[in-house]
Every structure is written in C-alpha cells, then in structure tokens.
Ligand binder design. Structure first.
Ligand code: FAD
Length: 474
C-alpha cells in the first residue's frame, strides 16, 4: 500500500546521517540498534502486511532515561520518530510512513510491583499483554483487558490506542483502569504521573493525554494499572440465531438475566465464521446459522454462576430467541470457542486485501450498515461481513477484495464514514485513527475538536517529530 494512495508527502524532517547512527550506537550499544532498511521488515511492515515504511533505524531502549535521551536528540536534530509496541495495529499506527526512526519498546518489559491486596500493578510499557496477565494471575488477579493480539501487543501500545477488547463490557475502558503513567515528551522531558490511586483530583488528569493519542503526544514508559480479582468461575455459550433482531433481544435478556456475572457479549455473522472455517480450519460447534453470539459470564461461585447461565439458555430457547447453542465451563472448551472469535482478524490476512472498519454505532443500526455495504459493493467485493463487541456497540465491518485498487478504495471511502456520521456513530471505536484513517478525522469529529487536538499537539510536540502522518490529517 503506497503512501501516494493516501496523498501524504514527507514532512520537513532531516534524513538520517552516519553521525546520528553513531549517537544511538554510543547510547545503546551495538546490539540495541538495528540498521539497514532491508533488514527491518518486521518493524517496517504492519501486522496485515498492507502498509510498509522505509525506516533504516530501530532503537531499543531499556530505561526511561534512554527513551528521554533518544527523544531529546531526535527533537534537537529534527528526526521523526515512530514509537512501536507489539506492531499489531490494524490502522498502520505503529509503523513508519517514510523513514522515521522506529523506537521499539520491546526491551522495556519489567514488572515492578504486583500488590494483590489493592490490585495495583506497576510495570514497564513494553510488557506483552499475555505475559502480564499470566504474571498477575499467579497472584489471583486478572488484567482488565483482553484481545486477540494478546500474545504480541504491549500494554504501552494498548494504552496508546485505548484498546477495548473482549472484557470492556465488564471492566470498562483503560481511561478508568489506568491509575497512572510515566511518559516522555517529544523534547525528552520525563512526565511522572505514575499515581496508584483510583481517586486523585490534584488538577488536570494528564495521564488521559497519553491514553488513546497513538504515540503522537509522548512515549509511555511505565504504567500503574488496577487489576481486579481473577474470577473463580467462567461459563461460556456459543449460540446460533436466525436474525439480527433476535441477536438484540437475546443481548437484552442476557444483560437482565445474567446481570453482574456477564463478562463478554460478542456477535459474528455467518460469513465471519465461514471465513475462519475456510482459512484456519476452525469449526463452528453448532453448524451454520445467520448469526452467532458468544456470551461469557464470570464470577466467584461456580454453582450459582452455572445455574444462572443454564436458566438463561433454557428460557432463551423456550422463547425462540436462539435456535441452537453449546455451553461450557471447561477451560479447554472455553478456549476453543473464543478462538473462533479471536482469530477472525488472523483469517482476514488470508483473504486478499481487506478494508477493515471499526465503528461505534447505535445498536439498531449495527447490522444495517453491513447490509448497506453489501448492496453498495455488489460484485466489486469478494466478501462483506461484520462481527464485533456487541456489548459495547462496536462493529468491525470488513470489506474484502481480491486486491487493493484506488478505484475500490474511492468507492468505499469516504462513503462508509459518511454513513456512520449520518447515524451519529464514531468512525473509530477502539483501533484508533493511525495512518489509514487520519484523513477522515473531520468526518467524525467536530472541527472545533480537531482544532484543539492540533493546539495540544503543538504544545506537546512543537516540531511534530512524534508519529507524524498519524491521527490528525497531515
Ligand atoms: P503498536 O501496533 O505497536 O502501536 C499502536 C500505536 O501505539 C502506535 O501509534 C504506536 O506509535 C503507539 N505506541 C506503542 N507503544 C507505545 C508507547 N509505549 N508509548 C507511546 N505510544 C506507543 N484492538 C482493540 O482495541 N480491541 C481488540 O479486540 C483488538 N483485537 C485485535 C486482534 C488482532 C488479532 C489484532 C492483530 C489486533 C487487534 N487489535 C485490537 C488492534 C491492536 O492489537 C491494538 O490496537 C493494540 O492496542 C496495539 O498494541 P501494540 O503494542 O501492538 O501497538
């Protein structure tokens, strides 16, 4: 995918010269810098393999002071920087667009403190989500965030994108769960907001500037996170339904009947499941239905929680809300069911070029948008389908085509974003704007909001070195 297709021109940054590389070599040593554009595909190319930058330098700090020294030097020398976590962004947020220096956080992965009484966990921003979750679960806690990319994505990346994921319906988003952050500004100044309390009204809530700003306002180096107790029991149901109307009715019933135990509500249409069956050889445990719901509960009393789930399923069947379903509390079966949902993004990688959209939309419009795109695309697309975090009104609309062409892109964009605006939705629910969506920001945001974003960016990063071309139209 060429940047020309997005009409972006390289900013007025300096190009890397040998003396710059020598500075980083002296600071980090030979093993913590990687050079040469041909050796850096893993860092230059995004997770889907759709976007590719041309950076010829990756730097890997281990401490906050090193991050500070790197940014201070880049700022003084007008070198653009792309902070990178696990490189799982699906909007090309964590890869360079041109030749930005890649600041990889992969070596900043220490867990500093797990307090199993308060649930406060303090760690470096480069910790991989799954590793952190494993470490806190040994102390009886759980990370209040879970997503399909957990084996690769880092908490710093999660904060920077304000990642949502599968547990949001239960635990809320990161703006609520993150207690404090330490971050480094573009000029190298270290900002210490690493507080550890839920309640802290000592002036402006600066940590929120770094949550969701996709590496454009600073580099997050340390995080204090509130982790809830690990649930003692889990139940899952995988259900087949005949229509989207029944999906909504079942969701409503689940909220009322499962109450405090409800921990995830995900929806998939038939085409999404067919895709994972075709591309990853996974199998739906209940055969083919127009829609599927995954409903998970978690709590502290196995018997009580299972009875609640059983009763909900029994009544839903009796009331013809659902056509079929399987339920389980066995960890291996729970894992198998989750795989069908969590690996959808992986299946998409094998389906030509996929235009991936991530919208927040009022629930009544959730699936009409998919139908509308099916009609709009006609034979131009290969598949149009939808799945997502129904419990959070978050639709992942996917349009897959044999190959990316400018003509098809123009057919979809900005059409699809305008439709979302018409129904008062958001054009980025949880993935961020990154490079791929940045130019459409004003379709979703009021111009006054974008104006204030530019003011903030200028204050935090006057030279614009941090993750240029992302989030705000360049
Ligand atoms: P990267 O991709 O490396 O970077 C993302 C952004 O964060 C970039 O702008 C980068 O510059 C910035 N960044 C990274 N680290 C730092 C730091 N320390 N300081 C400042 N900026 C930083 N997303 C969801 O929200 N919910 C999901 O359910 C979900 N499921 C996914 C499933 C799969 C299979 C995949 C591939 C992706 C999924 N995503 C999901 C998208 C992605 O995983 C998230 O956006 C994730 O939070 C990115 O984390 P990362 O460490 O990979 O960050």
């Amino acid at each position: 995918l060429s940047k020309d297709q997005y009409n972006v021109k390289r900013g007025n940054f300096k190009a890397l010269e040998p003396q710059h590389i020598q500075f980083f070599r002296d600071l980090l040593g030979e093993t913590r810098i990687l050079t040469g554009v041909n050796n850096l595909d893993k860092y230059n190319e995004d997770w889907y393999g759709f976007a590719k930058g041309e950076s010829s330098l990756v730097v890997k700090p281990k401490t906050t002071d090193e991050v500070s020294a790197i940014l201070s030097y880049c700022n003084k020398n007008l070198l653009a920087v792309c902070p990178q976590g696990g490189n799982t962004s699906v909007v090309a947020s964590g890869v360079p667009v041109f030749d930005e220096v890649i600041l990889s956080m992969e070596l900043m992965n220490k867990i500093h403190k797990i307090d199993d009484v308060s649930g406060v966990v303090i760690f470096d921003a480069g910790c991989v989500l799954e590793n952190l979750n494993n470490a806190v679960s040994e102390k009886g806690l759980i990370v209040p965030l879970d997503l399909g990319a957990k084996g690769n994505c880092q908490l710093g990346g999660n904060l920077s994108t304000n990642a949502g994921g599968l547990r949001l319906i239960r635990y809320g988003n990161l703006h609520g769960n993150v207690l404090g952050v330490e971050a480094v500004k573009a000029d190298g100044e270290i900002i210490n907001c690493l507080r550890t309390f839920k309640k802290d009204n000592t002036g402006y809530h600066l940590k929120h500037l770094f949550i969701g700003s996709e590496g454009t306002l600073g580099v997050i180096t340390k995080i204090a996170l509130q982790c809830p107790p690990h649930p003692k029991s889990k139940n899952i149901a995988f259900l087949g339904l005949e229509s989207y109307d029944k999906v909504l009715k079942t969701f409503k019933k689940a909220k009322f009947d499962l109450g405090e135990t409800l921990s995830a509500v995900e929806v998939l249409d038939r085409e999404s499941v067919i895709l994972t069956e075709e591309k990853l050889a996974l199998r739906s445990p209940i055969g083919e239905y127009p829609f599927y719901l995954i409903i998970e509960t978690s709590g502290s009393n196995e018997q009580y929680d299972s009875e609640k789930m059983d009763k909900f399923l029994e009544i839903s069947l009796k009331e013809n809300l659902i056509l079929n379903g399987v339920a389980s509390s066995e960890p291996s079966k729970i894992k198998n069911i989750w795989e069908i949902r969590e690996r959808t993004a992986e299946a998409l990688r094998h389906d030509g070029y996929v235009f991936c959209y991530d919208f927040s939309v009022p629930l009544q419009h959730f699936y009409t948008l998919v139908d509308l795109m099916k009609t709009h695309m006609g034979s131009k697309s290969h598949r149009v389908f939808g799945f997502g975090h129904l419990g959070d009104s978050n639709l992942h609309l996917q349009v897959s085509v044999r190959e990316h062409t400018k003509e098809i892109q123009n057919m979809i964009e900005p059409f699809v974003f305008e439709k979302v605006r018409e129904i008062n939705g958001s054009i980025s629910s949880e993935h961020g704007m990154g490079f791929l969506k940045a130019k459409y920001l004003d379709i979703s945001n009021h111009q006054s909001a974008t104006k204030l974003m530019r003011v903030l960016k200028n204050v935090m990063d006057p030279n614009g070195i941090l993750n240029p071309y992302k989030v705000i139209p360049y």
